[in-house]
Design a protein around this ligand. Structure first.
Ligand SMILES: Cc1ncc(C[n+]2csc(CCOP(=O)(O)OP(=O)(O)O)c2C)c(N)n1
Ligand SMILES: [Mg+2]
Length: 356
């Protein structure tokens, strides 16, 4: 079965282009723009882990190692498209246009971090696994029925494919020919459960067969493969050819969240080895060096700019006025249920008692 879904690569580990068909489109300008996004997302991710360790934000979900998946796919979107992310996809959200300050507010536990940025249809990250897939299929149908050319991308992990919502989302999108790209980041673990214990299939791409839609397996550490294949899938969607399932094979270097200790369930040498061989950023660096596009001064300048952006966003996040505790009751439903109204009343009574 695996042979039916060979892994597509455009840029190999050594930084050489292995699909000449894309050669012309891979300009210096495109490469430098991608590289800037890649290092920005990595620097932000590392900063967030450090902020969490200092107690300045809450639990954090790192994505280091998955930058090519997130940057390549987000850059393939048009401004009018929808993005349905998970808790791990803040790199994709930032690349598509969500500010760094908003990202930090999200991790500070603020409702303001969930508001879609002006003009961009980025819905709040889904923490319940796979619930966003039927939502994405629905949004795609709405765009289709309105007659627009807007498409939808929805992100989810390998573990999410064991959920009913994965199957409901794909089936619905297939039946209604919805313009949606199901973008799977197969980092090969669902917390401590390896893919081999999660499913009997060898690939995730092959699950597309059950819905009679195209399934594609790509190297998720190859930003060009991700960018071009996602662009093609979005084009199909816009042209009324229906959904695509993309499996981007990748690896998270760090912990599942800042509350997790991966040394309890996997050999840490594996991540170390992968950093040296398949790292998505090093691969682009090797390519730029081969092309003679590598410019140390420019890289230092970009890092300096990102550092300044990070420092400014952290300061803004920390200057934010204190959260109103009753937000947690007010923003669940448009009209509160009686249980939530009761809980809010109990909280307010407790608060009055504390103030006395
Ligand atoms: C419906 C639901 N069940 C269980 C959980 C607990 N949980 C949080 S993350 C996770 C693993 C998800 O793995 P995967 O889909 O591979 O995504 P990854 O975290 O690797 O990006 C689980 C089971 C949850 N958030 N939602
Ligand atoms: Mg996973």
């Amino acid at each position: 079965m695996e042979l039916d879904f060979p892994m597509v690569q455009v840029l190999n580990e050594e930084g050489a282009i292995v699909q000449p068909a894309y050669r012309e489109q891979i300009t210096k300008e495109l490469t430098m723009s991608m590289y800037r996004h890649l290092i920005r997302t990595r620097m932000v991710d590392r900063k967030c882990v450090s902020l969490q360790r200092q107690g300045r934000i809450g639990t954090y979900v790192p994505y280091e190692g998955q930058e090519a998946c997130q940057v390549g796919s987000a850059l393939a979107l048009n401004d009018g498209d929808w993005m349905f992310p998970t808790y791990r996809d803040h790199g994709a959200m930032m690349t598509f246009g969500r500010s760094l300050t908003q990202t930090l507010l999200y991790w500070k536990g603020r409702t303001e971090g969930c508001v879609p940025p002006e003009g961009k249809k980025i819905v709040p990250p889904s923490v319940p696994i796979a619930t966003q897939l039927p939502h994405a299929a629905g949004a795609a149908c709405a765009e289709k029925w309105k007659g627009t050319k807007n498409a939808v991308i929805v992100y989810f992990g390998d573990g999410a494919t064991s959920e009913g919502d994965f199957h409901e989302g794909l089936n619905f999108a297939s039946v209604f020919h919805a313009p949606v790209v199901f973008f799977n980041q197969n980092n090969q673990y669902a917390i401590s459960v390896p893919m081999t214990r999660q499913m009997k299939t060898k690939t995730i791409a092959q699950k597309a067969l059950a819905y009679d839609i195209p399934g594609l397996r790509i190297d998720g550490n190859d930003v060009f493969a991700v960018y071009f294949k996602t662009t093609e899938a979005l084009e199909r969607a816009r042209n009324g050819e229906g959904p695509t399932l993309i499996e981007a094979v990748t690896w998270r270097y760090g912990a599942h969240t800042t509350s997790d200790d991966p040394s309890r369930y996997r050999d840490q040498e594996e991540s170390k080895k992968r950093r040296e061989t398949t790292d998505p950023i090093k691969r682009v660096e090797r390519f730029m060096q081969r092309e003679g596009w590598w410019d140390e001064e420019w890289v230092n300048q970009v890092q300096g700019e990102v550092n300044a952006e990070i420092e400014q966003a952290v300061a803004e996040m920390e200057r934010y006025p204190k959260a109103n505790m009753s937000d947690m009751f007010d923003f669940v439903f448009a009209q509160p249920t009686w249980t939530i109204a009761e809980q809010k009343e109990a909280y307010l009574q407790w608060k009055r008692g504390m103030e006395r």
